[in-house]
Design a protein around this ligand. Structure first.
Ligand code: NAX
Length: 328
């Protein structure tokens, strides 16, 4: 039998955690033949709630779940971890400035980066979901100098999936007919969902849809503001869809993208497409054997260039702000 893979989930008692843990334990994160051992990290006040979720996980009798440990200490939670899902974060509350938000999250992601550096397994893969996800990933990564920088990623797969859903509705096709969707930049309202390289049934998506007004005034803002629309409708932020995207992100990273397709992940830039080296920005990536690569050679027209630049500039500002705060 295979050795179980250690999966650490932070914010395990939160709403994304509740939607995520059951799918990890049932084999959707890594594969139907891969046993997992869960390591849950919560703040002390939420440990009891995490224990309740662990009781329910027990009660599912998942054959692949080989154990659950609960911690309120990051150093212990990341010991031996192979996959780390950093979901817990400090949300923006009323009257909070961006600097306050970045500082509060620095207080979470700096020690978690240090704990990953100290104790995680050599093959550790990190996905940051907690917002501001790209910059939280940058903070954690900069405190883990012994872990290759490419192991720290942030989630734009929910945005990617939202873009697939919107395009499939517009074109009247199944999401399964769409390939090569791209989200560029920051997981924020400045993100740029790009259909100019996407394909519907093998044909260029932008040409197939042929509706620039829809693209500019409907598609892009709908995808970028979908999180707010969900809050407005549901009275709570996206949880099951965010958990599903986190499952997709790690599953694709570990198991590879299909031939002729790619996905979107926020990864450390090597300078591709003019994105400053070191920023954790969303790109089109292919994955194979547990490694990602930025898709090269795409032509970027002026329309796309302006939108990519705007989102990347926001990331650079966030990086400068956390640098000023001494967080990286
Ligand atoms: P909840 O507030 O329901 O849960 C967060 C949990 O994190 C809480 O149980 C809290 O106790 C825990 N927590 C706080 N600090 C912690 C720490 N230092 N260590 C361990 N646990 C800690 O939020 P939820 O709806 O689950 O969302 C979690 C995060 O995901 C938020 O930051 C949210 O903004 C972000 N999102 C990111 C998305 C993305 O696409 N990247 C989309 C969905 C979501 O909005």
């Amino acid at each position: 039998t295979r050795t179980p893979v250690n999966v650490t989930v932070t914010g395990a008692a939160g709403q994304i955690g509740y939607a995520l843990l059951f799918r990890i334990a049932s084999g959707h994160l890594l594969g139907a033949d891969v046993p997992v051992r869960l390591r849950l990290l919560e703040i002390p006040q939420a440990v009891k709630a995490a224990e309740g979720t662990a009781m329910e996980l027990d009660d599912c009798a998942f054959p692949l779940l080989s154990g659950i440990d609960i911690f309120d200490d990051a150093t212990k939670a990341f010991e031996g971890t192979n996959v780390a899902l950093l979901v817990g974060a400090r949300p923006r509350t009323k009257g909070m400035e961006r600097g306050d938000l970045l500082e509060a999250n620095g207080g979470i992601f700096k020690p978690q980066g240090e704990a990953i550096n100290a104790g995680a397994a050599d093959d550790v893969k990190v996905l940051v979901v907690g917002n501001p996800a790209n910059t939280n990933a940058l903070i954690a990564q900069s405190h883990a100098p012994d872990v290759p920088a490419e192991r720290f990623t942030a989630m734009t797969r929910l945005d990617h999936n939202r873009a697939l859903a919107q395009l499939s509705k517009k074109a009247g096709v199944s999401v399964a007919d769409i390939r090569k969707m791209t989200i560029w930049g920051n997981h924020s309202a400045t993100q740029y969902p790009d259909v100019f390289h996407a394909e519907i049934g093998g044909k260029n998506a932008a040409e197939t849809v042929n509706d620039q007004a829809w693209l500019e005034n409907d598609f892009i803002p709908t995808v970028a503001k979908r999180g707010a629309a969900i809050i407005e409708a549901r009275g709570a932020s996206s949880a099951a869809s965010a958990a599903s995207a986190a499952i997709d992100h790690v599953h694709t990273w570990v198991n590879g993208t299909a031939d002729g397709d790619w996905t979107s992940m926020a990864v450390v830039s090597d300078g591709s497409y003019g994105v400053p080296e070191g920023l954790i920005s969303s790109f089109p990536v292919t994955t194979k054997d547990g490694k990602w690569e930025i898709v090269q050679g795409l032509e970027i027209d002026d329309f796309s260039r302006a939108r990519i630049d705007a989102s990347v500039n926001e990331l650079a500002e966030e990086r400068d702000a956390v640098r000023k705060l001494g967080l990286i």
